[in-house]
Write a protein that binds this ligand. Structure first.
Ligand SMILES: Nc1ncnc2c1ncn2[C@@H]1O[C@H](COP(=O)(O)OP(=O)(O)OP(=O)(O)O)[C@@H](O)[C@H]1O
Ligand SMILES: [Mg+2]
Length: 240
């Protein structure tokens, strides 16, 4: 691939003595949707955390727009244009919707562009605008996920990492989230999508990696993997 936005090269991650990622390499093309799928414990979250600077790989390289980011602190990774919407949303549940959005815009560039980002967030999520003074913890699950994504966008990322955004949500909200991902792609944001909802994730992704026991087991265009007999057998079960 020429000039990818994000490159992870032969990354090993350990938690103490336990190795969670084994020489993992992935590439994300500019303005694409990349799906990362795999069973529980496969290392999907660890990979997003490594890219975000929240865990530091023992070996390997991570390049964003050609620049090494492996040893950057998390806030510097955000400033460089990568934003993580974590597993389980991790909102500040005692704070208001507005306060959560403000906390998403803590880098200097994000602060400078705050009002434009806020307007854009409200255009994407009109529901949040109506609930701006509401305490985040009192929102519905779907609204909380929207807020988590909106907060992630407040730093004006070029790459948005979504860790299981559809987790625990109703089918209609899940559909909204998958539609939103396509809107963001059109707005030239590259998406790394970790999903249990494998069928839908592969369907909307340009390229996908299947992780297994901390290693890349398979990769290919989303649509190719959808028809791959091994993927069907191992991961899709009743989802078809
Ligand atoms: N903080 C931690 N300390 C020790 N081991 C960890 C820690 N976080 C994750 N692990 C281990 O690393 C491996 C990968 O976990 P990870 O959370 O990345 O998987 P995942 O693919 O995101 O799983 P899930 O689908 O359940 O979210 C697992 O074996 C897990 O037990
Ligand atoms: Mg996970």
């Amino acid at each position: 691939m020429e000039n990818p936005l994000l490159e992870v090269k032969a990354v090993d991650v350990f938690y103490g003595d336990i190795q969670a990622l084994w020489s993992v390499s992935i590439q994300a093309a500019r303005e694409s949707v990349l799906a990362l799928v795999g069973a529980n414990g496969a290392g999907k979250t660890t990979l997003l955390r490594a890219i975000s600077g929240l865990v530091h790989p023992r070996t390997g390289r991570i390049l964003f727009s050609g620049k090494p980011i492996l040893h950057l602190r998390p806030e510097k990774v955000v400033a460089s244009g990568i934003s993580l919407v974590p597993e389980g949303r991790r909102l500040f549940s005692q704070l208001t919707v507005m306060e959560n959005l403000e906390l998403g815009a803590y880098t200097p560039r994000a602060r400078a562009g705050f009002s434009a980002s806020l307007e854009r967030a409200f255009a994407l999520f009109p529901l949040l605008k109506a609930r701006i003074r509401q305490i985040a913890g009192s929102l519905s699950g779907g609204e909380q996920q929207m807020l988590a994504i909106a907060r992630g966008l407040m730093s004006q990322p070029r790459a948005l990492l979504l860790d299981e955004p559809s987790m625990g949500l109703s089918p209609i909200v899940v559909k909204t989230i998958f539609e939103l991902i396509q809107v963001l792609k059109k707005e030239k944001i590259t998406i790394l999508l970790v999903e249990q909802n494998i069928y839908q994730a592969l369907k909307i992704s340009d390229f996908a990696y299947v992780l297994k026991n901390g290693k890349v087991a398979l990769s290919g265009r989303g649509e190719e993997l959808l028809t791959d007999p091994d993927v069907k057998k191992a991961y899709m079960g009743t989802l078809e």
